[in-house]
Design a protein around this ligand. Structure first.
Ligand code: GEK
Length: 242
């Protein structure tokens, strides 16, 4: 797959429109997520390892909000010899088309790629469910119903991996962690203007919540244990066990 360097916010824009996962974003997506999410590669590799540990033969592994399939491919790599079906879902046609095109040159990789809203699909017979930086784009009022559906679709002994940008109740932490994330982005080559314009584009599109809010909601829908396994500034990944 051919991709470009992310320079979407490199010029001053008269009007900053709300962020969308369109063709322009797809074109730069691997570079954008790698340079914007601290620890992204570490989380992707760990999703593969967790899938190897939790996937049950004859079951399904879901990658919800799969974008270009990084988490699905990490799972597939670890589950080659196993009888599991990997289902990758995204509602951005641009993402799904690019993923499907890319998979044409990898006939050995068997992914079931679906273009759908994850709030509308059935989740069944799942041993592993991944929400890698997707829940944060779902309207807050729809999150509990989605997580409850996921819980019901997970087999006993299964898990949900939930990666999210975090918010903090203490304003000092909120400011510090945000500032450190911006320093991380600067270190990755983004300018102040790019950081600031992207931040504006994501306002009201990406709604971050605190770990406590996530933990309490996951517990409410039925998960018996919810812990953070990774955090790098305000970017985190949680494990929720059924
Ligand atoms: C990765 N998981 O590389 N239904 C389906 N997909 C959705 C929905 C929805 N309702 N809302 C948003 N998306 C990936 C990265 S990116 C995170 C995930 C980021 C999709 C959206 O189209 C996009 O592809 C993805 O969720 C979020 O591991 O860019 O920060």
């Amino acid at each position: 797959m051919q991709f470009s360097k992310d320079s979407l916010y490199n010029n001053p824009l008269d009007q900053i429109t709300p962020f969308r996962f369109d063709e322009a974003v797809v074109d730069v997506f691997p570079d954008m997520i790698q340079r914007s999410v601290p620890g992204y590669s570490t989380m992707i590799s760990a999703i593969g390892l967790l899938a190897a540990r939790f996937a049950q033969d004859g079951s399904r592994c879901y990658d919800l909000g799969c974008s270009l399939g990084a988490a699905s491919l990490a799972m597939q790599q670890q589950l080659k010899a196993r009888q599991c079906q990997i289902i990758a879902v995204d509602n951005s046609e641009a993402m799904v088309n690019r993923l499907r095109n890319g998979l044409q040159s990898m006939p050995e990789i068997n992914l079931d790629v679906r273009c759908a809203d994850i709030r509308d699909i059935d989740i069944e017979n799942a041993s592993v469910v991944v929400l890698n930086f997707t829940l944060q784009f779902i309207p807050v009022e729809d999150r509990e119903a989605l997580l409850a559906k996921i819980y019901r679709g997970i087999l006993p002994g299964g898990l949900l991996i939930l990666s999210e940008k975090l918010a903090f109740d203490d304003p000092r932490q909120q400011n510090l962690q945000t500032e450190m994330h911006h320093l991380f982005k600067k270190m990755q080559g983004y300018s102040e203007m790019e950081i600031s314009q992207k931040r504006t584009a994501l306002e009201n599109v990406l709604i971050a919540e605190s770990f406590t809010v996530h933990q309490q909601r996951l517990t409410r829908v039925g998960f018996s244990s919810v812990e953070l396994w990774f955090q790098y500034f305000n970017f985190s990944s949680m494990i929720a066990l059924k």
